[in-house]
Design a binder for this molecule. Structure first.
Ligand code: SAM
Length: 423
């Protein structure tokens, strides 16, 4: 049952590089918690390892990419299970069962048996070892000495990280509550608001602690952004791309629910998520507006602006492994165009001497360093050094002369953060 649902989801995935959330939700009605966990492991494991799986299959199957979607998906699922250490006999038996006709069954059986005999002695190029597309691998290897950390982050994802909502509880109190219900949790070494979940026995969003707004699920690099912004209680703040509200609600928390935040987003469904999170977390100082950040006008000028801009999101591949499969080089320049439109408008909205934070979860210079170079050429700004704050939080970084590339580790994912004062 689990394999046949995984097969259906992965067959659709191949068309759009998107996992259908509806299909996962349908599966939740049919499968028990353990089976759901196995299903998610198979689906995301296959996607995370897809570049490597296809490399292996292309060695054993002539014109692998020209095979039918069904046969490709069955073989991928089979090879994933072999790589993940499932029992070989069970893998062959159960995977062959997914094929509809005798001829396909025979073909799948033969290929998987060949894989079993040969995978162990195969040698892989470095990008394949980490299941990373060659063009992105070449890019990061050429540009960053810490490219291995990026590759490792993709293949060895972080545990779940929560941000404690200090408007309702604190780190010690929440850790104790979670431990009492047998969640295995630990304090992390970077953000003093973060709790790492090593093991848990329920879906976090279904827990009472989540429903009561005691925490927000937020990776630790994302938590660094509001901390670096360092908002004051009486600030007037604009968050130009706010959905689903992770950083907005953290900024509000750091302001003790005082001052004022205006949160924008141009996506109807996503801005509703900001409103839901505001309500759940007990935020009182924030209002939302459905509008493009490049078109927003205001008679009030802001003390601080956050531009957590739409980007190619490569840095989130440990959480969303499909991003590195669907992104191409042209996307980075398309995003750069959108980002510059938003940046341009931010200069109409910031007070003199106001501070701006620019952040992305991507590693492409086109969307980070090149944009900051462009700002320094066209506007009067002073880039702010926050290396001390990063060091105090045990964060390793690469400084590009403007901002900081966050080097991933156990709980940090690749991110870019820059802060400047507008003169
Ligand atoms: C990186 S996400 C923001 C994440 C958010 N800051 C958080 O921490 O939860 C980028 C957001 O920008 C939004 N977006 C894309 N184009 C936009 C535009 N022109 N104006 C405003 N928002 C936009 C997307 O809908 C998306 O929600």
């Amino acid at each position: 049952m689990v394999r046949s649902i995984a097969f259906k989801i992965l067959k659709k995935f191949d068309k759009r590089y998107k996992v259908s959330i509806e299909d996962i939700n349908i599966a939740k009605d049919i499968l028990n918690d353990l089976q759901i966990r196995e299903l998610k492991g198979m689906v995301w494991g296959t996607i995370r390892n897809l570049t490597k799986i296809d490399y292996i299959l292309s060695k054993f199957v002539k014109n692998f990419n020209k095979n039918t979607p069904a046969s490709k998906t069955i073989l991928r699922l089979g090879v994933y299970q072999l790589l993940a250490g499932y029992d070989e006999h069970a893998v062959v038996y159960e995977t062959v069962e997914l094929a509809k006709n005798k001829k396909l069954k025979g073909f799948i059986n033969a290929v998987l048996r060949k894989c079993i005999r040969e995978i162990e002695s195969m040698e892989f190029p470095e990008n394949i070892k980490y299941s990373y597309p060659k063009w992105i691998y070449d890019y990061i290897k050429k540009n960053y000495s810490f490219y291995k950390e990026i590759l490792e982050k993709h293949i060895y994802p972080s545990n779940l990280v929560l941000r404690v909502n200090t408007l309702k509880t604190n780190r010690k109190e929440l850790s104790k509550l979670l431990q009492d219900k047998k969640w295995d949790v630990a304090e992390t070494i970077h953000s003093s608001y973060a709790i790492e979940v090593l093991n848990l026995n329920e879906v976090p969003e279904y827990s009472n602690e989540y429903k009561n707004g005691y925490f927000y699920i937020q990776n630790e690099s994302s938590q660094l952004v509001p901390i670096i912004m360092n908002p004051n209680e009486n600030d007037m703040i604009l968050d130009m791309c706010s959905a689903p509200g992770g950083k907005t609600t953290f900024i509000s928390q750091l302001m003790n629910n005082k001052g004022k935040i205006i949160a924008l987003d141009n996506d109807f469904d996503r801005i509703s998520m900001v409103s839901e999170n505001i309500k759940r977390l007990g935020i009182l100082n924030t209002s939302t507006e459905l509008i493009s950040a490049s078109e927003y006008k205001s008679s009030i000028k802001f003390d601080k602006i956050l531009m957590d801009v739409p980007c190619s999101s490569i840095g989130t591949s440990s959480i969303h492994p499909e991003v590195i499969l669907r992104t191409n080089k042209k996307d980075t320049l398309n995003y750069q165009k959108i980002q510059r439109e938003i940046i341009k408008n931010s200069f109409n909205l910031i007070k003199k001497d106001g501070k701006v934070i620019y952040s992305t979860c991507t590693i492409f210079k086109e969307e980070n360093t090149d944009n900051m170079k462009w700002i320094s050429k066209n506007y009067n700004v002073e880039f702010i050094d926050f290396s001390k704050e990063l060091k105090n939080m045990n964060v390793k970084y690469y400084y590009d002369g403007y901002g900081y590339y966050i080097i991933p580790d156990d709980t940090l994912i690749p991110f870019y953060i820059c802060k400047y004062k507008v003169r």
